[in-house]
Design a protein around this ligand. Structure first.
Ligand code: NOJ
Length: 749
């Protein structure tokens, strides 16, 4: 179902937009299509009498107006700039204020990949509703989020911002986030516009190297990369951000096929498209546009409505382009209409300013902290639990060693892509364990090693706290020995290892998946003491855990769990709640295996029978969908409402899942199908349904799924269109993507 923005009340929006448009000069129209970073701290950095960056933006406000501002987070400053914008332009049109609200604003939620690992659309929606509420309270109207790029190569640092490798899960996660941000009414003081990004194919960067080109077949685009965007658009997303890279040789921001034929004509998008930062300028960098003027004209003609930029918008040249006919006035008007529609729908003309006192209250709402804690609990994935080491029995423990520099690092607990956090209120893993353990258990901490550092700097180094501090007077050998001694003397060791938050995210691709620094050595030394070890992995991509996966009894993936992370993790460790998350990607054994995905197609000497590599298994370390809990689940054979349906019909699948264990836990029940033959060959298995269900010890739950044309059709390179074949399907329902597909049904013509 595509969004309907032509409903009755939208008639008023349309009239308002048309009456403004009728008043506007071409220069004012071009002004509405520019979005500027506003870098207040650069005011003192002007050189040679030229205006500084913020002065340049302020001049644009009074010249012909600006459409939007970004990277502002202080409500007083936002009000000040909004006033300047409104008073600066003849028609008093306010600015849209955009920001990277990726996983929370002041309250920090687990990183997006972690949220996806919850397989819980309700908690994902709630999380982004909190983020949107805080952002709107300070005067932000638009989140550059969710990132819905499918990522199949974990060397790409931005895998952390998305929902992993699967289009079906990705679609459900994308839609939940859009619902959370936008709610049902954009003019509400709690909602913001969602801007799914980066359209499209950014996650397929060559070699996982950020910003590099993507070459993706049409079948993969339609079946893998576009579906999460489609889901976000169907959920009502009012904005889309175009991507940086070349897609099949054409830069996304100047790609008319992508931004108009696919996005508008096929996917039904009716909102406005913004470029990524400087991406219209980049049309020149790509050796695609002849100059800035050509870049602006080609981006707009392709369907890129707004330009995001630091300086000198290419869209300043649109006035000349309209004069010399390179851009038609109709094209310009269409884009301006889309931007003004967003402003009217947000109610910006009526309520352009925010109440700063209210903002201060909203940012510390305790209910938001509770949502963050629940989200962190639900996103953790229990990868291994030999001998049921977890949960820890508090009444049988007298001492816990907490080890590793990440265990006590508030900044790393939060993860990347956040700016308005509060380190003082962030609960680290050490804080959380201490608080939960209480008086009776002696909790001692040793870092063991110094933090690890990037070989090359990060683009966020100018932001405070981005790089971990290198402790002075740190005697490496003595500290390692201290940590080992502490572990030896304790009943259990909880070791935190992973990547520092500046090692993952934008501009944070890497060539290997190894644990950085001396972390593996630390793990090995602690395990050698014989004290039982729980490894907590802090990460936003799979890491090479081959040794721990064989030698550390319990491994819990906690991701970057956010501001309430320590509380959530402690509750899981001590069994107040059970982990229930599942992996949203296939976890490779080693970097050399990537990309490795669960939904590959079978070919000559299938790799379930004939190994692909002579030096490594063909299988991953952990399968897509894997995750244990403190329960123990068995599944009934699936029952089908019918073993044969005609093309276009639906059937239901139901399965009963029983918790044979002694503790209540959630199970994510997953449905996979495989098409045996047809117009194209199809993957060995594809996720087509899931549901996270709580099941008490000894109890059962019955889960039902529907399979119809949406699940059984695909885009075929043979017909160059969607097809649903008359064929036979295998089907299986279980707790991860290795479930046997032992049930069949047929589809007849
Ligand atoms: C570049 C990133 O690619 C994009 O995701 C982000 O929203 C913009 N910068 C603005 O910060």
């Amino acid at each position: 179902m595509t969004q309907q923005i032509q409903s009755a009340s939208d008639e008023a929006v349309r009239e308002r937009v048309e009456s403004l448009l009728a008043e506007m000069t071409v220069a004012e129209k071009a002004g509405q299509l520019t979005q500027y970073f506003y870098m207040g701290f650069m005011r003192d950095q002007a050189k040679d009498g030229a205006p500084s960056q913020p002065e340049m933006v302020e001049a644009a406000m009074t010249r012909s107006g600006v459409g939007s501002l970004l990277f502002l987070m202080d409500p007083a400053e936002i009000n000040r700039l909004q006033r300047m914008t409104i008073e600066g332009n003849r028609l008093g049109i306010p600015a849209l204020v955009g920001f990277d609200v990726i996983h929370g604003f002041r309250t920090v939620l687990p990183v997006p990949l972690a949220m996806a690992a919850s397989w819980d659309p309700a908690v994902i929606e709630q999380g982004q509703a909190v983020a949107g509420r805080e952002a709107r309270a300070v005067g932000i109207h638009w989140a550059f989020s969710p990132m819905v790029d499918i990522a199949r190569d974990p060397r790409w640092g931005r895998i952390i911002e998305g929902a992993g490798e699967d289009p079906y899960l990705g679609g459900k996660v994308a839609a939940a986030q859009v619902r959370g941000f936008q709610g049902s009414d954009l003019s509400s003081p709690d909602n913001v516009i969602a801007g799914p990004k980066h359209f499209a194919g950014y996650g397929a960067a060559l070699g996982g190297r950020d910003y590099d080109e993507s070459n993706i077949s049409d079948a993969e685009l339609w079946n893998i990369y576009f579906p999460p965007f489609k889901a976000a658009i169907d959920a009502g997303a009012a904005n889309i951000m175009s991507a940086y890279m070349d897609l099949n040789g054409v830069p996304a921001a100047g790609n008319r096929w992508l931004l108009t034929e696919v996005l508008r004509d096929s996917l039904g998008f009716e909102g406005f498209v913004v470029s990524d930062a400087q991406a219209v300028h980049d049309l020149f960098t790509h050796h695609f546009a002849a100059d800035l003027a050509d870049a602006g004209a080609r981006a707009l003609n392709a369907g890129n409505d707004m330009e995001m930029t630091f300086v000198d918008p290419a869209f300043d040249h649109l006035v000349a382009a309209v004069e010399d006919g390179r851009v038609s006035i109709e094209t310009l008007d269409t884009s301006v209409r889309r931007v003004l529609t967003a402003k009217v729908r947000l109610g910006l003309f009526e309520n352009p300013y925010v109440d700063e006192a209210r903002a201060a209250e909203v940012l510390v709402d305790p209910a938001h902290r509770q949502v963050a804690k629940t989200a962190a609990q639900r996103s953790a994935v229990l990868l291994r639990n030999e001998g049921e080491l977890l949960p820890l029995a508090a009444d049988e423990l007298s001492s816990v060693a907490v080890i590793g520099p990440l265990a006590d690092s508030p900044r790393d607990t939060l993860g990347p892509w956040i700016f308005d956090y509060d380190l003082a209120e962030t609960v680290t893993i050490l804080d959380g364990i201490k608080a939960r353990a209480g008086e009776g258990i002696d909790v001692q901490y040793a870092p063991g090693i110094r933090p690890a550092f990037r070989t090359f700097p990060s683009m966020f180094d100018a932001w405070p706290n981005n790089t971990p501090e290198d402790p002075a007077d740190f005697d490496d050998d003595a500290e390692l020995a201290k940590a080992v001694e502490l572990a030896r003397a304790s009943d259990v060791a909880v070791l935190v290892a992973g990547e520092w938050q500046n090692m993952i995210g934008e501009g944070a691709s890497r060539s290997s998946l190894e644990l950085p620094g001396r972390q593996l050595e630390l793990i090995q030394a602690v395990v050698a003491t014989g004290t039982p070890v729980v490894l907590l992995v802090m990460n936003g991509r799979p890491l090479d855990l081959r040794w721990p996966a064989e030698n550390v009894p319990a491994i819990l993936d906690i991701w970057y769990p956010g501001s309430q992370g320590g509380k959530a993790v402690a509750a899981l460790l001590f069994g107040d709640d059970s982990p229930g998350g599942k992996l949203p990607f296939t976890w490779p054994r080693t970097g050399g295996q990537v990309p490795i995905i669960y939904n590959y197609t079978r070919s000559h000497k299938p790799n379930d029978q004939w190994r692909r590599d002579w030096d490594e298994e063909s299988t991953p370390l952990y399968a897509f969908g894997h995750g244990l809990s403190y329960g123990s689940f068995s599944y009934s054979a699936p029952t089908l409402s019918s073993e044969s349906i005609a093309v276009g019909e639906t059937l239901t699948v139901s399965v009963t899942v029983t918790n044979e264990g002694s503790r209540a836990a959630d199970e994510v029940v997953q449905l996979y199908i495989h098409q045996r033959y047809g117009t194209s060959s199809r993957p060995v298995r594809e996720l087509k349904g899931f549901q996270r269900v709580p099941v008490e010890a000894g109890a059962s739950a019955t889960v039902e799924f529907t399979l119809g044309p949406d699940e059984l059709s695909y885009w075929s390179a043979v017909t160059r269109d969607w097809v649903q074949d008359a064929t036979t399907f295998d089907l299986g329902v279980g707790g991860d993507s290795t479930v046997a597909l032992s049930t069949q049904f047929t589809v007849t013509a």
